[in-house]
Design a protein around this ligand. Structure first.
Ligand SMILES: Nc1ncnc2c1ncn2[C@@H]1O[C@H](COP(=O)(O)OP(=O)(O)O)[C@@H](O)[C@H]1O
Ligand SMILES: [Mg+2]
Length: 258
């Protein structure tokens, strides 16, 4: 199996606290992998270790190996800023720069990289907004503030901003949990489009969403409070929701706990 991401024996700590234990998984290119499981079992922590956002927290560290297309994400001399460009992230609450224009929000990352030139930036802004299924809704108000958009539009703006820097992988941490059902469906449709170009890992609390959007589902769980979270099972989504290998997965999916 082609491996875009390969996590081997990943253990993740916040200072002395061991948050995640021995996670190994492979993410093939142009696929959607969903992480499900109860709160506090380390889904966000694993996601943030993949693009080195984890280490932004003081005292936080990662052991084990994480590679992107065979390259060690944590290798000596690898620039974490470059990693976060190649492995972009979309958060639970849409976080556009509220007073910045829609257009400038999209190209903010490119500007930071030193890209200049009105027409080059306009081109990327249009392409990214089209890629995020937002262009038609905003093309007549590109100079209006990003904060004036609805929640669902703001989330698609954040996706446009993430894809503007040409990532390989998009990490999404409960990207729909602050959105209404219609906006949620718009994002789910978009995820289906985005996987043609990108590789996606999404954390979701919504099991129907995992079933709808993902090819592979990983179930995380905690044995007990204070113990590290673990990846209990990862399998094709269809199998996870029909005939999972683990009893705990079945219990969680059928709503017996969590
Ligand atoms: N910045 C942090 N500092 C210390 N502990 C944290 C921090 N963020 C998360 N944790 C702890 O790590 C564990 C996993 O959290 P998290 O990855 O957010 O779980 P999930 O996303 O599955 O709800 C939890 O026990 C949580 O309290
Ligand atoms: Mg989380």
């Amino acid at each position: 199996m082609a491996k875009r991401l390969d996590l081997k024996d990943v253990n993740i700590y916040y200072g002395a606290f061991h948050a995640v234990q021995d996670v190994s998984l492979v993410v093939p290119p142009n696929s959607v992998t969903a992480f499900i499981g109860p709160s506090g079992c380390g889904k966000s922590t694993v996601l943030r270790s993949i693009n080195r956002m984890h280490e932004v927290t003081p005292g936080a560290r990662v052991e084990g190996s994480i590679t992107l297309d065979g390259e060690d994400v944590y290798g000596a001399g690898v620039d974490p800023v470059g990693v976060r460009k190649t492995i972009g992230m979309v958060f639970q609450r849409p976080n556009p720069f509220p007073t910045m224009s829609i257009r400038d929000n999209v190209v903010a990352g490119l500007r930071l990289q030193g890209v200049r030139g009105r027409s080059a930036l306009d081109e990327v802004a249009e392409e990214s907004l089209r890629g995020a299924n937002l262009w038609d809704e905003v093309k007549d108000r590109l100079n209006k503030p990003g904060g004036g958009l609805s929640g669902g539009q703001q989330q698609r703006l954040c996706i446009a901003r993430a894809i503007a820097v040409s990532p390989d992988v998009l990490l999404m941490d409960e990207p729909c949990s602050a959105l209404d059902p219609i906006s949620t469906l718009a994002i789910e449709d978009l995820i289906g489009e985005l996987k043609k170009k990108y590789t996606i890992v999404i954390v979701t609390h919504n099991m129907q969403q995992a079933a709808r959007v993902s090819d592979t589902t990983g179930f995380f769980n905690l044995e007990a409070t204070g113990k590290p979270g673990r990846l209990i099972e990862i399998n094709p989504t269809e199998k996870m929701f029909s005939k999972p290998d683990e009893r705990a997965t079945e219990d969680y999916i059928s709503g017996r706990f969590g």
